[in-house]
Design a binder for this molecule. Structure first.
Ligand code: ADP
Length: 145
């Protein structure tokens, strides 16, 4: 097993539904370790960079405005195979398709916006995690202890 660190964002729907603690507990129950955590508002610039892979989609403006409804909470989480494990814990992008027992299945939107309001972002590869940790955490904000 190789220890990795992934970047998670608690999206505005997690903040609005007040379920950050419950979701974080699911990560910690797996033994994953918090290495960095902070609340921040996301600028148009950082969202354009973070979501460059969907920037040309018709729903991108809606996603940008959703991600600015409240501040988000960025989390650097470490553990064995944490990148894939957290994606499994989240479930698929569309909360309606996510099984009960997954984070998106239990807390995501079950309405017309189920593809967008899905509680958390999490890095999907080692390369993405490295780039995203740098994007959301400055040097010294991710801790080894
Ligand atoms: P994931 O976050 O599961 O890796 P993507 O990278 O494909 O998914 O999409 C980024 C984010 O954009 C999603 O988490 C979701 O908030 C939003 N999104 C994706 N697809 C749609 C869609 N068809 N309609 C509205 N929002 C979407």
């Amino acid at each position: 097993m190789i220890s990795e660190t992934t970047l998670i964002l608690f999206k505005p729907d997690a903040i609005q539904k007040n379920v950050v603690g419950q979701v974080l507990a699911r990560f910690q129950d797996q033994g994953f370790i918090v290495r960095g955590i902070k609340m921040m508002t996301l600028s148009d610039e950082i969202l354009a960079e973070h979501y460059s892979h969907i920037a040309d989609k018709p729903f991108f403006p809606q996603v940008r405005s959703f991600m600015q409804e409240t501040p988000v909470i960025a989390l650097a989480l470490e553990g064995d195979s944490v990148i894939a494990s957290v994606r499994d814990l989240l479930g698929p992008t569309d909360s309606l398709q996510a099984a009960a027992g997954t984070i998106r299945g239990d807390f995501g939107s079950k309405d017309g916006d189920s593809k967008m309001r899905n509680i958390c972002h999490a890095s999907d590869s080692v390369e993405a995690a490295a780039a995203e940790l740098k994007r959301f955490f400055a040097a010294g904000e991710v801790f080894s202890y």
